[in-house]
Design a protein around this ligand. Sequence first.
Ligand code: MN
Ligand code: MN
Length: 473
Amino acid sequence: MKGKVTKKKVKELRKQIVRKPQLVWDCLGLKDKQEVFRFANRYKSFLDVAKTEREAVRAIEDFAKKKGFKDITKAATGNKFYKVAKNKNIALAVLGKKALSSGVKLVVSHLDAPRLDLKQNPLYEEVDLAFLKTHYYGGIKKYQWLTRPLAIHGTVFNKDGKAFDIQVGEAQDDPVFTIADLLPHLARKVQADKKVSDAFEGEKLNILVGSLPIGDEETKERFKLAVLEYLFSTYGFIEEDLMSAEIEIVPAGGARDVGWDRGLIGAYGQDDRVCAYASLEAMAEVTAQGKTSITLFTDKEEIGSDGSTGAKSRFLEDFVADLYEITGQEASAKTLRACLLNSKALSGDVNAALDPDYQDVHEKRNAAKIGYGVCITKFGGSGGKYGSSDANAEYLSEIRRIFNKGKVIWQTGELGKVDEGGGGTIAKFLAVHGMEVVDCGTPILSMHSPFEIAGKGDIYMTYKAYKTFLNSK
Ligand code: MN
Ligand code: MN
């Protein structure tokens, strides 16, 4: 630019060429803000009934049924279908007018969250108290699980193979469970002088479950026996039933508003149920004029997506094959491949929000911030993008245009600064089909903790992003 540049010119120029991050709250009118808070209330209700992957699948199925989706395995008709697999996966589809082989629009999230699982021989007694042994699931900071009320959620099969769901610790008058921690007075050598990673041991994450004895003083293991007697008289369970059970220990209590202004939500399991719920509500508003839309909810993400219910399994292919069949379109290995290859996906997963107290682990110019909308994450991985599917410019450009046109407030985010650490999502297990995929989800503070924090404006923009994407051409 030649000659003297006036203040006005610079201002105009700035407006034209500099990207100004948008705070969601600055962009919404009163009515929109009210809708953001209403959405947040519905989301909190979902969190409270979906604290495990099994419970989440049931809640999603209930929601889908209410919105007119039909079980595809039951000779259903119409254009809205769902399918449940192994009680831990669910997929929803809204059929579009275009052929399946032209690809689908896909939003994928995961329903599992870090927690403590019971071991197969969990019950024992020590110093006249009864405990359950656990093996933690996913990436946790162990000390965060100590000295807090915990709830037990799970599925137990009796000796005849009949399933029972148990849930204790959520109702107001339920007892809760807990893990004791050492008093500070005696913690100097065994905890305070150690590295945090050494100070808290996985084998000490034992759940206190009983303190009353059974029988006379001569009886052996009176405290363990008392717990077994309670389980037997209450549920009909015997000790061997625990060996085949899936019992998860999660923080007790419901989702809460955080802050005087109630602008944030604090709850267990928002990674990744925030994206799951946002995609669920978005799916209910899909018109599917063009391509078919699918939302897929997976399991086992927090332990690497392995297993028959993880994103590495073939559930997506099976569901797409079902759609071919129900629409009478010619299904072959080739057309199925074409569908997946031509598909476009958002991997709905959370990213770390810039932590105000630990800003140094982030690279501020590229970290997501609470309040600035849904976060697009081009790449994850660690040690030089290693293990990341790294979305391409073509697709990012397309997503950016879709979001801008739909007035979605969005930002980009990187999981920590270079070589600080890192992490992965299911994006790469979708990319393996050749489809376009990028991570897109809500920024979270205290991720993987028993009380994760998300901004209501960002949660709403996540929903709006998915809805806009699924309804785009
Ligand atoms: Mn996640
Ligand atoms: Mn996670």
